[in-house]
Design a protein. Sequence first.
Length: 1137
Amino acid sequence: MFSPQFIALIALAYVGLLFALAWIGDRLPQDRLSGRTRTVVYSLSLAVYCTSWTFFGAVGSAAADGWLFATIYIGPILVLVLGHDLMHRILKLSREQRLTSIADFIAHRFGKSRPLAVLVTLAAVLGAIPYIALQLKAVTNGVVIITDEPQRLSQSSLALVLAMALGAFSILFGARRLEASEHHRGMVLAVAFESLVKLLAFGAVALWALYALLDGPGGLVRTIAGNADYRELFMPDRLPGGFWVQTLLGAAAILCLPRQFQVTFVENERTDDLNAARWLFPAYLLGFTLLVVPITVAGLQRFAGQSANADMFMLSLPMSADLPLLTLLSFVGGFSAATGMVIVATVALATMVSNDLIAPLLMQLKIHRSRDFGRLLLHTRRVTILVLAALSWLYYLALPSADALASIGLMAFAAVIQFAPALVFGVYWRRASREGVMAGLMLGLGSWLSLIFVPSIVSAWPEWGRSNLNDAVLLGLSLNIAALVSISLWVRRRRPTLPMLLGRRDSLRPVTVGELRRLAMSFIGRERVDLAFANAMDLGPETGFEKIEAKPANAELVGFTERLLAGCIGSASARTVLTAGLRRSGMDADEALALLEQTSSAIQFNRDLLEATLDHISQGVSVVDADLRLVSWNRAYVELLGYPPGMVYLGRPVEELIRFNLEREQRGSRAEIESAIDRRMHHMRRGTSYLYERRHGDGRVIEIRGNPMPRGGYVTTYTDITSFKQNETELKSAYETMEQQVNKRTRELRATMQALEIAKHDAEQANRSKTRFLAAASHDLLQPLNAARLFSANLGQSIDRLPPEEGRLVRRMDHSLGVAEELLSALLDISRLDQGALQPKWTRVSAAKLLDKVERQFSALAERRDLRLRVRACRRHVRADARLLQRVLFNLVNNALRYTRAGGVLVGCRVRGSVLRFEVWDTGPGIVPDEQERIFEEFERLAGDAEEPEFDQGLGLGLSICRRICRMLEAPLELKSRPGAGSLFVVSLRLDDGDGHPAQTAENAPTARSPSSFEGMEVLCLDDDREILDGMQMLLERWGCRVRIAANRSDALDAVGEETGLIIADYHLGGGDDGVSASAELRRAAGREIPVLILTADREDELGDLLEALGYQRLFKPVKPAALRALMRHLVASRPG
């Protein structure tokens, strides 16, 4: 029908189209494909399972044995639908360990055994050669049938050309990079396209046969019913012999064929794709199964009585009807099935051969030390593909021409089914041993070689050595499983425990980061190794490897390097390479093996320990990954929630399990169920914790508690709280019986509480009004009091010239004014503290300067009382607010001087650990224990000596203010006292000696000796209150000062002169003016920095900061003459010149 040249041109054009698709697939960014498209492509790539045997041979098998052909479809469908847990476990381990093939997987599971990898690889090659030969035979037969010059074609030559061409295409598709664990996206896309072509061609022929030759589905049924031979083949109640054995072969093939392992697990990029493929690929297989029947029946009917080859009905049927386009489409479909299988199979087998056979041989020859070893290994992989194609051609030559395609395919399936016990037992049975797997494989593969493979190519093989395929499969599989189980149970693997391994590790010379990096570079290349190591070690772009080359590598980095190498040369060879590399760097063989064994054993030990722990707790536990798919669970989880067998498996979306639980319990309408699911999923996606109780239909109550994990994922615990809830119900019942009595009492209490609430509200309102009043009235209240104190001080200066009676009156008046001043100041302070208007300004405070200030402030008072004031400072610093801390110490020292009648007061500091203690000791009367807490309350004071009323009338507010300030400063205030033995007050603050900043006190002023007289010093007083000006003038003149007074800024500018030595100004001058800016202008007018003293009742920190920045001093109203005199002495002493 077609010329050989035309067929060759069509085949080349088709392969060229596949190569173009692969080229596009390799370069197409993944984000250009939607998730659904990637899922469909992955699912179609699994159809590489459908080879020319499926395309051509299934029809021949159906014509000979009826429904027996369906076994190769039913087996995979059962595995995909029911074996999802097994597939997810294999996928998870393959991803984590960068496994490259089924040989790599089995070897890794059983201690990265190199002999085991070699055995599996050899068996896979022997099983694949007949299968590839089957493709050669199918395509060659197809070409011979559809060509119009079959006598000119040599089938053996055609098969050789085809084998070499397919080998070359395989190199182009899948052997361009060394790292086998990387995804061949282009190859997968091409294979997916081939699967579509296969289905389109097969469907076109089947539909044409059904409607053109059999008059539709009804005609098909009538044709089968009307023919006894057809009924024998296709009646549903009759299954041919060997049906279940061959179904088992198909089930094993979908996991164990090297090409299927490649596309299913190595090429998988998302767990979602595998989940979707569980339904898409079975639908694809089911379609093929249904389409086989009309083609078979039409072919049997069309060629009845003829010697037509049933394997070629796909081509001979449309040819008999003279349909060239349909014939050509059918040939392209069969050619597509063959090329897809050969490309993927040879790529997978070449990876296994190069990794597990050739690479170890090259390493024994020490060729791996070459810098080009990676390139050499890639070349060997390419050569291996061509060698496999050649071996398949040789096997094709040895095949009897009459062998059906199905028999050749089943021979390959019979070989790979021997991998199934190692795969399944390796995943589910922890006690399965390397020795047991090795023995089982050797027995199973030995029976396959002697009973199936060798008899197929050696015609002289004795008849007693031949066996029915089904019987040989069952015998080999039985021997395999029996040896695996029995030897695994018998062999005791003498491994050291994890603690022993850890103990041995201490004696090993540590391998360095540089050694591991250089070892990996000899296989993979510098750029990719540096990128991989940088990601593994979380190195920033500025960190060079030269800085960490000599650092010891930890176990995690050793394991990472081994996995990195495993992605190129397989896990068994990676272990060999890493051991050899470590020996070359200085370790002996035992050390290298011990290091690698420790890494693997530590990981396995931790995993086993975690699983054992989870399985022995009563709580159910489930863990999902960042994609919200199940990755771990324990037995209690399945039992508590009552999941049916097979419901819970690795990688299952947790949303499906939540929906199953809610729908099973019929919790509300569909909308309510979806809303509940959305709430749970929302918590997991956002990483927020939640707590939920679920009541089951059997009365059990399960508490569900979910929490996010640090690096993504979510863990949920399930606790049976049924007994707790039963107790809770009983308590509620008892509560309800008491509720009526409680309600009556509640009504009575409610009325009382309402009255109390009203009273409380009124009291709080009154307190707030009082606080606002006191906070706002400071200036107006203290202004007249300030004037009165100044006049009183003036009288006090001349008290010696007054009659005794008048002198006593003056002293009592001055004392009463002082009490009024202290009371008002304390009330204002408490108001500001309670309002939160006073906030600490944290600085580094010098203890020495602070205590020097204390000494200067109270030395005069101590002398007046005939007491000895001793101050012992230290050169340490604390973290505090300088002004607030000074205020606390001033108050404590003032109290000590007030209540001490004889002896003295000691003020000092001492270090205790990281704390500096300010201590105030006195020799006063002491405090009884019952009153030591009470004295810190407002308006509580101790009884003093009635003979000295000038000193004993404290207000009872000072210590209350101190405690408030200490709490604000986070400085504990302690009291220790015994009656008759004096008292000790301690303020403890954190040390702060290390920042190098200058320390601060309440006033950053230098200490100096003060002169005793102000004779002749000119002082300018600025105040808008005439009474205060008069009082101040009288007081200063008595001290020997020449005083100029001014009521406003203008008068002050007129009064300031060259002899002005001090400016004393009120802060609030009236009319919106203030003493701070006025003093600055006076300084400018005088042309020099005149010392400035600001009088104010404002204690705000902002004002203090401003005055400190300007170099001004602040004195609070009402002005105490002693404090004023001391501050003036300080200013005079500090004045330049």
